[in-house]
Write a protein that binds this ligand. Structure first.
Ligand code: ADP
Length: 150
């Protein structure tokens, strides 16, 4: 018996949960696609957030459901409105990396009041997107803690 309290054990276990073990595949669109196409893509891929990349496949922005809804309630032609006009753009995109702790991602989601983060790999040219962490991934990690023997 270690004599550790329940919350000490929980904290120890939380520090074993890394982004790389819980991330999903990102769903990305090019920055020149129309808002109309982005909406179709969001439905087809069944995600709540799209990541936007430039012609070099580097992170350029983020599109949430509400960004697309907001653009849709105006009188604009959605087939002629590029997503880069309405997206949240770099350097204002909050991101994480594969070796980050899941708790640090959860903290960012709460602090910024957002649903997901791109998992990026930093290069000299910019950030490559190769994963995503959403509230669902965090919830799965939470459930996995409850199934732990230790
Ligand atoms: P929704 O707007 O559908 O409720 P979010 O809460 O995730 O979805 O998004 C809220 C706002 O924050 C949107 O304008 C969106 O573009 C922006 N946003 C979402 N994810 C990020 C992120 N990782 N970094 C910066 N801004 C983001």
């Amino acid at each position: 018996y270690t004599g550790k309290s329940g919350s000490q054990l929980l904290t120890e276990n939380l520090k074993k949960l890394y982004v790389k073990d819980y991330q999903s595949l990102p769903v990305v669109v090019n920055d020149n696609v129309s808002v109309y196409d982005a909406i179709c893509h969001m439905f087809l891929e069944d995600v709540g957030t799209l990541f936007v990349v430039d012609q070099n496949a580097l992170l350029a922005g983020v599109l949430s459901r509400k960004d697309l809804l907001r653009a849709s309630i105006g009188q604009q032609d959605l087939t002629n409105l590029p997503v880069n006009v309405i997206m949240t753009r770099m350097p204002n995109v909050t991101y994480c990396e594969k070796d980050d702790l899941l708790v640090s991602v959860a903290t960012k989601l709460i602090d910024k009041q957002i649903d997901s983060l791109p998992v990026v790999r930093k290069t000299e040219q910019g950030y490559e997107v190769f994963g995503r962490i959403t509230k669902t991934n965090i919830t799965k990690a939470f459930v996995s803690l409850s199934k732990d023997e230790s």
